[in-house]
Design a protein around this ligand. Structure first.
Ligand SMILES: [Zn+2]
Length: 255
């Protein structure tokens, strides 16, 4: 047996082992007993699904939580926290039955928002959530009050979980640049970039009702409008029909 063949066999064995381990992890994981009640009480997206959709949603949050650790930093992690994080994450990719977040392993839950001197690399370092980068590249930080507030009013257009997971989807193609390539077909890329720049320019001239944080840069624009798209679709459809249509094609592509 040549060295390269031995290396190939070892790599394949390691991949099979990690696949089997992940599968077993998901099979063995039990969702909290009150999951359905918690989803029904806090997540309108779940309530709007039919019974088959609800089951699929539950299966996907189970899959997510089985492979993503949620750890409290000086704060208790309750079942509701885990369920809300998973629900926000899955809402964004629910139209893609085979999608999983392969670029996250752990979520750190902080008891408050972070200070500006937070010393780790990442996006949104001084606000309510952060997608880790560098040494923290498979981590996300969320503030517990912000997590709870995101679902306390699920129709105000602001949701930190949707925001941070939108960044994670954007990051999956290698760059957090506001161009989430997995959501865009090739012909959609240019119209999307033009739309982003046009909207940001309008915001900077004070002629838009989109949350001004979205004018920070293209990446923040995508995360901010993802929040509005999921929480206030009707409002976005009437006030920004072209932007709404593009986001609808991205998040709900025709099968
Ligand atoms: Zn952001």
């Amino acid at each position: 047996m040549t060295i390269s063949l031995i290396v190939a066999v070892v790599i394949i064995a390691a991949l099979l082992y990690s696949y089997a381990k992940r599968k077993k992890q998901i099979q063995n994981y039990q969702l909290p007993v009150k999951t359905r009640d918690l989803l029904a009480a806090h997540v309108p997206f779940y309530n709007d699904l039919d019974s088959r959709g609800k089951q699929q949603f539950e299966d996907r949050i189970k899959d997510f939580l089985a492979t993503t650790n949620v750890r409290g930093v000086d704060v208790a992690v309750e079942d509701l926290d885990r369920i809300l994080i998973a629900a926000g994450a899955i809402m964004l990719i629910f139209s893609f039955p085979d999608w999983k977040y392969n670029n996250i392993s752990e979520i750190l839950l902080y008891k408050d928002s972070f200070s500006t001197d937070f010393s780790t690399d990442g996006i949104d370092r001084n606000v309510l959530g952060m997608v880790g980068d560098g040494a923290m590249h498979r981590q996300m930080i969320l503030s517990k009050p912000s997590l709870r507030a995101s679902f306390k009013n699920p129709v105000d257009g602001q949701n930190t979980i949707i925001h941070e997971f939108a960044h994670l989807i954007d990051k999956a193609d290698g760059a957090v640049d506001g161009v989430p390539e997995y959501l865009l077909s090739h012909p959609q890329v240019r119209p999307w970039i033009e739309m982003v720049h046009e909207q940001i320019s309008r915001m900077k001239r004070g002629r838009s009702d989109i949350n001004m944080y979205g004018a920070t840069n293209d990446a923040e624009f995508f995360a901010v409008v993802a929040e509005a798209f999921f929480e206030q679709p009707e409002k976005m459809k009437s006030r920004h029909p072209e932007l709404y249509a593009l986001l609808d094609e991205m998040f709900h592509p025709v099968k």
